[in-house]
Design a protein around this ligand. Sequence first.
Ligand SMILES: [Zn+2]
Length: 172
Amino acid sequence: MIDETVPIWSVKQAILRCHVSRWRRAIHHKRRGSPMPVKDIPIPTPVTQPYWDALDRHELMIQRCAQCSAANFYPRLACPSCGSRRIDWVRASGRASLHSYVINHVPAPGFEDEVPYVIAIVQLEEGPRMMTNLREVVIAPEALPLDMALEVTFEGCGGRTLPMFRPAGTAA
Ligand SMILES: [Zn+2]
């Protein structure tokens, strides 16, 4: 129900005041200088701890099922193929191929200084696919043919080591 005791001009004024106040808050926030957003850093769990520990040694470890021999990534308690909990850790060769990718121009929080960057799904030589970023590449579709040969490289980030991929043979 419309309150006819309130003149329409005062409603407009109230809306305007609200906008001005929001604008002032934005200016104030900008002047104070808000801290740069930081990247979300993965937190190991009991299941994933061996994976993270291996990365610190610059080794890429994946799981292999002792029951059906399926190679799996990401780390899990049980084999996604057969359900067995008899899981072994094996060192991956680090060789992979480019399965799919997107060139990202809209940074996630903490990635503001890195755009554009490549978010890729790579297929490890052992079979599993993993999401990662590409390094040491020209960031353009013509320079990123699907199935291109890649190799793992390791990068420190917030006290953790992350696996990235670059064209095979990049290492001196
Ligand atoms: Zn299995």
